[in-house]
Design a protein around this ligand. Structure first.
Ligand code: IMP
Ligand code: ZN
Length: 353
């Protein structure tokens, strides 16, 4: 049996060394981990007013849409993960979960968050996350390497966006590789962030942007503005007219595609087989299958590869091409490029049954 004939099943996609390029830290925290944090807090404070996460976000519930998704963070998860112990505990758990799923290279993104009640600044928050990634990366037992992207939220002011860039520059040598634009697509005017992203680029940071996630964030003004910043990668790319698709292809901008998130949140019309992954995989741009918020949508990256294989009849060879092409769009330097290229070249799982 040749490599092409062997089945792409869950055993294969779990073993597959995977590259995850679009994962939000707080959205990647599992229900179980949130529950652990809640139990610890309740043991310390019997009057804790927050509901048990297993009730607030029931196991198996994944049908969060654009209206219910963002409030889940602002009105619940951020209230639970609101101090240093919970940030440290959840960040370590997120790294463990990605690695246990066979991820070998992770670019995790997060929005710097101050927690004044416990005297934690945005800088403290970023420093703590960076330190946890550093400890993880320095441990030879870990097969996965992790880097950080700092997110500007669409609701940020110009000054807040500039502060994110300041922090990204400050921690660049400690593992911050890029700046992202995220948040509720119905909010904000992206044009105000032009200078912040220009400054990030000038400092040698990469840029990734949530792009045309909803029709509401897919106007000509918005998409042409975002493309004028010369992004290195784009997330979601759902409501994209052909003229912008052509620019993405010409400029070979990597796309981060999140199948389950888009299906469960009804961001696309139809289901998996209707996903625009089917179109982008036929182009030559790097395509990184990604989870977005595995804590909310509950489909780990191994399952995303499996679903893509099922719905688009991908062979092991197709998956190999996809994975190797995604290396071109990672944000860290030549060491990681080389490590990932060797990893795929030497991996014996391509032909094993
Ligand atoms: P954090 O940045 O680590 O706190 O991760 C959670 C945050 O990521 C949310 O509050 C949103 O602002 C952002 N986020 C997560 N998923 C999406 C998405 O699909 N589109 C835009 N923003 C998102
Ligand atoms: Zn996202």
């Amino acid at each position: 049996m040749s490599v092409i004939d062997r089945p792409v099943d869950l055993v294969f996609t779990r073993r597959l060394p995977k590259i995850e390029l679009h994962a939000h830290l707080t959205g990647s925290i599992s229900r179980e981990c949130l529950h652990d944090i809640w139990e610890t807090k309740r043991a310390q404070d019997a009057a804790l007013e927050l509901q048990d996460p297993l009730i607030a976000i029931p196991l198996g519930k994944v049908d969060y849409d654009i209206k219910t998704f963002f409030p889940l963070f602002s009105s619940y998860i951020y209230k639970l993960c609101n101090d240093l112990p919970s940030i440290q505990y959840s960040t370590k758990a997120v790294l463990r979960d990605f690695q246990a799923d066979g991820v070998v290279y992770l670019e995790l993104r997060t929005t710097p968050r101050a927690m004044p009640a416990v005297h934690l600044s945005k800088d403290d928050y970023v420093k703590n996350v960076v330190d946890i990634l550093k400890v993880h990366n320095e441990d030879d037992q870990n097969a996965m390497r992790a880097f950080l992207i700092l997110s500007i939220d669409r609701r940020n002011t110009i000054a807040e966006a500039q502060e994110v860039v300041d922090l990204a520059i400050k921690y660049q040598s400690a593992g911050v590789v890029a700046v992202d634009l995220c948040g509720d697509p119905a909010k904000g005017d992206v044009r105000i962030f032009a200078d912040a992203f220009a400054r990030a680029k000038a400092a040698g940071l990469k840029i990734t942007l949530h792009f045309a996630e909803g029709e509401v964030s897919a106007s000509d003004v918005e998409l042409s503005t975002l493309l004028s910043w010369k992004p290195d990668r784009l997330g979601h790319v759902i409501h994209v007219k052909e003229e912008y698709q052509e620019i993405i292809k010409e400029e070979n901008i990597g796309v981060e595609l999140c199948l389950s998130c888009n299906v469960h949140a009804k961001m696309i019309t139809g289901t998996y087989s209707d996903h625009h992954f089917g179109m982008w995989r036929r182009t030559t741009v790097p395509v990184a299958l990604s989870t977005d918020d595995v804590g909310v949508f509950c489909s780990p990256l191994s399952e995303e590869y499996y679903l893509a294989a099922q719905h688009f009849t991908l062979s092991r060879q197709d998956i190999r091409v996809l994975c190797e092409r995604a290396i071109d769009s990672i944000f860290s330097g030549p060491d990681e490029h080389g490590r990932l290229q060797r990893l795929y070249a030497d991996w014996d799982g391509w032909t094993e049954s």
